[in-house]
Design a protein around this ligand. Structure first.
Ligand SMILES: [Cu+2]
Length: 416
């Protein structure tokens, strides 16, 4: 029997959650040879979606084998306890609500960051924004980009569980899906009580955001369909306390509030922009990113966008399709709680890509870059021994070596 890929995925999810595969499902699912994987990304979105599904199934098969191996070796992360991260739309409404409640709880808890260091950090949620602001120039376009954001997102998930009683795991944003459906009607952004809140209030007559300048060619992104304060859903009353540091506005200019660490309470703004989602983070972009890039340098450059190339990658595509404040601010972006779903998507993309060649892509050969933004000013190469430290957000500091696998180090999760 040949299963449709979506049915197979459903079955595989069941397999991983309950570890009780029916024999016939196992036989069907454990048989994707690497030679069956696509070697060139399709430019047709529906074909590209099928390609991504196949890559995902292969990745799950590889991860599954590792988990079974761990069980034999009596490792701590096995198929019986592995966390399964799901797409927002795959969560039930009570599961979505539980995640939202945990984030609201986190936003109501007092910060651990000392006020003299970051006067604007008022909540536990803000501790994470402060850490990201403080380290922005050493965690983007660096050798640590993927590992740092993996650890940051995982520790955020763990803190929601440990400090706010959340029982689930970090959901992720599937950009290919919202590129097809549009953002505002997706369960993640429809403004309902079980969404991550919706669009900002519509501001008429907005211009474009310019991502060029400073010696780079102009790159104009059209404004979205919001622009103002978010007025619906769970985060309509949230206060954005930190930043901005480098916030692109829809008149082409950029504003900042110094180092962004002082107290600057304001509403959460969004400017949902389907254009940015569709142009840079649709299924064909995602399939190309995973299939066409054989080494991590090219993979992470295409993911973040080669500056001046006119392509901002799926990373930029996701950020700029949220828009608003702090969504368009590279430094303060974790101030929008949607950040963590976006970075769940980034981490999942890296995870799939790694599973295609585990030996290389989880080793030091799977790291490229230095400790500074595009190596400016020049700094040492990132290695497996490079330490990631999340400051007051969460500890302990870890080495990159512990972040190359989501099941063989301190973490224990996979994606569906
Ligand atoms: Cu970041």
């Amino acid at each position: 029997m040949r299963l449709s890929s979506s049915l197979a995925l459903t079955l595989l999810t069941g397999t991983l959650s309950y570890a009780l595969p029916a024999p016939q499902d196992e036989a069907t699912l454990s048989s994707i040879p690497s030679t069956a994987l696509p070697t060139a990304a399709s430019s047709d979105p529906s074909v590209a979606s099928e390609q991504i599904n196949l890559l995902l199934q292969f990745a799950q098969q590889e991860a599954n084998a590792t988990l079974e191996n761990n069980a034999i070796k009596r490792g701590s992360c096995t198929i019986n306890n592995v966390a399964v991260r799901q797409e927002w739309g795959a969560l039930s409404k009570p599961e979505r609500k539980a995640y939202i409640d945990a984030v609201l709880c986190f936003q109501a808890k007092t910060a651990k960051t000392p006020a003299p260091l970051v006067p604007g950090a008022k909540s536990r949620f803000d501790d994470w924004v402060a850490t990201h602001i403080n380290q922005t120039t050493t965690i983007h376009y660096t050798g640590t980009f993927l590992g740092w954001h993996r650890y940051f997102t995982w520790q955020y998930e763990q803190s929601l569980r440990n400090e706010c009683g959340y029982k689930g795991y970090q959901p992720y944003w599937n950009w290919a899906k919202t590129a097809a459906t549009g953002l505002e009607t997706s369960p993640m952004l429809d403004g309902s009580d079980t969404s991550m809140s919706g669009n900002g209030e519509f501001i008429p007559g907005q211009g474009s955001v310019n991502l060029g300048g400073n010696g780079l060619p102009d790159l104009f992104l059209p404004a979205g369909t919001g622009g103002g304060c978010v007025k619906s859903g769970p985060f309509k009353n949230m206060s954005v306390n930190l930043g901005p540091v480098s916030l692109g506005l829809t008149n082409g200019s950029t504003i900042s509030n110094g180092d962004g660490l002082s107290y600057n309470p304001r509403c959460l703004k969004r400017d949902l922009t389907d254009y940015s989602n569709r142009a840079f983070a649709n299924a064909t972009a995602l399939a190309h990113l995973i299939i066409a890039n054989k080494d991590v340098y090219n993979f992470q450059m295409e993911m973040q966008g080669v500056p001046g190339s006119g392509n901002i990658g799926v990373h930029g595509g996701g950020h700029y399709s949220m828009g608003g404040d702090p969504g368009r601010d590279l430094f303060t972006s974790p101030g929008d709680p949607l950040f963590y779903l976006h970075h769940g998507g980034i981490d999942r993309t890296w995870w799939i890509w790694q599973q295609l060649d585990r030996k290389t892509r989880m080793s030091e050969k799977g790291i490229s870059g230095t400790g500074t933004f595009l190596n400016g000013p020049p700094s040492a190469n990132t290695t497996l021994d490079t330490v990631i430290d999340l400051g007051f957000a969460a500890g302990p500091p870890v080495k990159m070596a512990d972040l190359m696998s989501t099941t063989d180090g301190p973490m224990c999760y996979i994606y569906v």
